[in-house]
Design a protein around this ligand. Structure first.
Ligand code: ADP
Ligand code: ZN
Ligand code: ZN
Length: 730
């Protein structure tokens, strides 16, 4: 019996395999050139959009369904992107169809064609050039015809030059005098501005990056304010000169209008931004412009790592240590790691930049896998801030602020400077406590009899909110346990600090910045603008720790980091050290010298001591040694399987069955099932299974055989489960 070629299609369904279909009616026999094309297919009683993963062969075509319709001419996801997405599906052990769906902007995921990315303009026809003189003098159509006399003009330009141009255009169109045309894009918007004169270390970094021939990973390890962005800009300028595209990834809160403006003016061309503030169509347009090679510089947050780059020349990941690069639901990819994979497949250099590199990246640099570029001084005339630790044991505190610190704030304000008070807790207070019986207000959807998740106090002490599930409640009038009226907000959040600082410094503005005040993208910008250059106080969470140049900021006060010193999470110390260094780096970035004051009840804490006296690298040395001793990443490779259900027995039964499927001889250690660090959230009981291996290959070898068995488990139907390879927190 003859065999018949079929399409092997990846579909966005939670099943690990691909699906075979016959080609759509009337299309020629499929071949390898169809890989990466989107196609619409029937699936059950639905229609889905899938991507051709490969070409198969069957003997019995009677059992197969026909695909309905090709959605692309040339493959939308061909070549490198196809190969990289397949790698990602294998690495995350997720269905390829779901990976593809994650990579595509929503309209493309739904099967829509690549959107139009041309800029539209108007030009005169031959008849128009001849006949324009016959139009009534001074009339709008005549004026428009005159404007177009020298050649086509873009609609944006017309809108500026002439009122009522659109009606006039329609009138010319009717006479056959003018037509609407697509303009070639990417015409230079302005002249690129010359770069700054790099210092010796910047120069060395720029040369190393531009000299790279093909794939080469770099760790650009430069203290805050050392001019990393300047290095990126000069490397990008070289990349553009060579006719190549550059992709820059930035953390969610690092992508500020300020930063985009700096890129645009320096490079002199359109810089295409991709971030969560865009709507679906805008995203699809940037994606399409990149796919067509029209977008030359793309700056975006996590999911921009999926941007097609047919003429790639350089990939940059700024603040590579930032946790926002890891997607925490759906396909749990790490944009930094995927950028490296794409850089390798595209054969272009990849620059990871940070003042506080992740321990993974430092380890790779030290092992010689990345070229380690260091910028050890601040650029220009800025000096590093002086750091002081304040022992606040037994000191009288006013809402967490010691007298010395308050005096220091006052002094800086009187000198005409700005002060940043950093507190990593939003809300008014982290806990509502009954002073008589010790009851604390729990979130009823996130607590268990053994584990209380407290509600955070908001609204100057009037409202309660759960920061894990979003539940809200009014503050009760009396303690539900003992009826006492002595309910007190316990501990300090940014709202409470703001309130107190306003009382203490009535002559100065106090501006609070945290996720509560800056839900919208441009709100941060606007809030900072209200402060402007005048002396005043900023109170905020780590949202303030990066991105912004605040030249008037001379004092950073860090309060209440003590909670972070005792967290159980193995990455807690790393995160805390990064936050402290980053927020400290806000001080004294211009000509005014900066100071950083740390308030703590634990002045002898080893982490603080190492960080303050030895800096980030000394901390990293100590922390890496501990990770090695304890068998944690980067010296071990982890995968976490999570399960949640209304009843904890279901979650545990599922995980226990998974565990049983692991061969006894496997070199992979398996811990659990055990309760998640938050054993209940939003009404769901949560449990997990931790897999750990010293060799990455061993872990993936096990998952390759294990995962296909997990999908069909009957126990899986009673739970919501997920696999997280390289989890950020356990
Ligand atoms: P980073 O990204 O490392 O935090 P930036 O690139 O934002 O640092 O630079 C910090 C400040 O130093 C900016 O105001 C920038 O304009 C300035 N700067 C950078 N490089 C130089 C240089 N070579 N000469 C003078 N100023 C510089
Ligand atoms: Zn009570
Ligand atoms: Zn909750």
């Amino acid at each position: 019996m003859p065999t018949c070629p079929t399409l092997r299609i990846a579909l966005p369904v939670p099943l690990p395999q691909t699906f075979d279909y016959l080609p759509p009616p009337g299309s020629p026999a499929p071949d390898a050139g169809d890989k990466g094309r989107r196609v619409r297919v029937p699936f059950g009683n639905r229609e889905l959009v899938g991507m051709v993963e490969g070409i198969g062969a069957v003997q019995d075509q009677a059992t197969l369904r026909e695909a309905l319709q090709w959605l692309d001419g040339p493959p939308l996801l061909g070549g490198e992107l196809h190969a990289s997405l397949r790698w990602l599906a294998r690495y995350t052990h997720a269905p390829l169809g779901e990976v593809v769906a994650t990579a595509l902007p929503a309209p493309l995921r739904r099967g829509e064609p690549l959107p139009d990315t041309h800029a539209w303009g108007w030009e005169l026809t031959a008849a128009g050039r001849e006949g324009a003189a016959r139009l009534r003098g001074g009339s709008r159509p005549r004026r428009l015809a005159e404007l177009l006399g020298d050649g086509a003009l873009g609609e944006e330009v017309l809108a500026v030059r002439m009122d009522g141009w659109r009606e006039a255009g329609r009138s010319l169109l009717k006479r056959g005098f003018a037509q609407r045309v697509a303009l070639a894009e990417s015409a230079p918007a302005a002249r690129p501005q010359p770069g700054l004169v790099p210092n010796v270390q910047q120069q060395a970094a720029i040369e190393a990056i531009t000299a790279a021939d093909g794939f080469q990973p770099f760790l650009l390890d430069g203290v805050t304010g050392s001019g990393k962005t300047e290095v990126y800009l000069q490397a990008i300028a070289r990349c553009l000169e060579q006719g190549r595209q550059a992709l820059v990834l930035v953390p969610e809160i690092g992508l500020t209008p300020q930063m985009l403006a700096r890129f645009r003016s320096r490079l002199g061309i359109a810089v295409h931004a991709l971030h969560s503030g865009l709507n679906d169509n805008e995203r699809a347009r940037v994606w399409a412009a990149a796919a067509r090679g029209q977008a030359r510089v793309i700056v975006g947050t996590r999911s921009a790592v999926f941007t097609p780059l047919p003429e790639a020349g350089l990939l940059i990941v700024d603040e590579e240590h930032d946790g926002s690069y890891k997607q925490q639901d759906g396909i749990r990819y790490h944009a930094r790691d995927f950028a490296l994979v794409r850089g390798k497949a595209l054969d272009v250099p990849v620059v990871l930049g940070s003042a506080t590199p992740s321990l993974e990246s430092l380890h790779n640099a030290r092992a010689g896998r990345y070229t380690h570029l260091r910028l050890q001084q601040r650029a220009g005339d800025a000096r590093p801030p002086a750091v002081r630790v304040f022992d606040v044991r037994k000191r009288p505190l006013q809402d967490g602020l010691s007298p010395e610190v308050l005096a220091g704030i006052e002094q800086h304000l009187r000198a005409g400077n700005q002060v940043l008070v950093f507190k990593n807790r939003r809300g008014y207070a982290p806990v509502l406590l009954c002073h008589d019986c010790g009851w604390t207000a729990p979130c009823s959807r996130c607590s268990t009899p053994l584990h209380t998740t407290p509600m955070t106090v908001h609204g100057a002490g009037r409202r309660l909110q759960c920061h894990h599930c979003g539940a809200r409640a009014p503050v009760p009038l009396a303690c539900p346990d003992c009826a006492s009226l002595a309910l007190q907000p316990q501990g300090i959040g940014t709202e409470r600090l703001e309130e107190r600082l306003l009382q203490l410094f009535p002559d100065f503005p106090v501006v609070r910045i945290d996720r509560g005040t800056t839900a919208r993208r441009d709100a941060l910008e606007q809030t900072l603008a209200t402060l402007g250059e005048q002396p005043g106080i900023l109170v905020g969470t780590q949202i303030l720790a990066k991105g912004h140049d605040l030249p008037r900021l001379t004092l950073v006060v860090v309060v209440g980091i003590d909670e972070g010193l005792f967290s159980a999470d193995f990455r807690a110390s790393e995160k805390l050290a990064q936050q402290l260094i980053q927020v400290a780096g806000r001080a004294g970035r211009a000509d005014r010298p900066g100071e950083v004051w740390l308030q703590t009840h634990h002045p002898d804490n080893a982490l603080l001591h190492t960080l303050v006296n030895g800096g980030y690298h000394a901390f990293a040395d100590a922390e890496l040694a501990q990770r090695e001793a304890a068998g944690f990443p980067p010296f071990a490779h982890l995968a976490l399987m999570r399960a949640e259900a209304r009843q904890v027995e279901h979650a545990n039964a599922f995980l226990a069955t998974v565990k049983q499927a692991i061969p006894a001889a496997s070199p992979v250690e398996c811990y659990g099932p055990m309760p998640a660090p938050m054993p209940r959230r939003a009404g769901f009981q949560r449990a997990q299974l931790l897999l750990s291996a010293t060799q990455r290959r061993a872990l993936h070898g096990l998952l390759d055989t294990l995962m296909p068995q997990v999908y069909p488990l009957p126990q899986a139907r009673r739970v919501r489960w997920s696999l997280d390879v390289d989890p950020m927190d356990l």
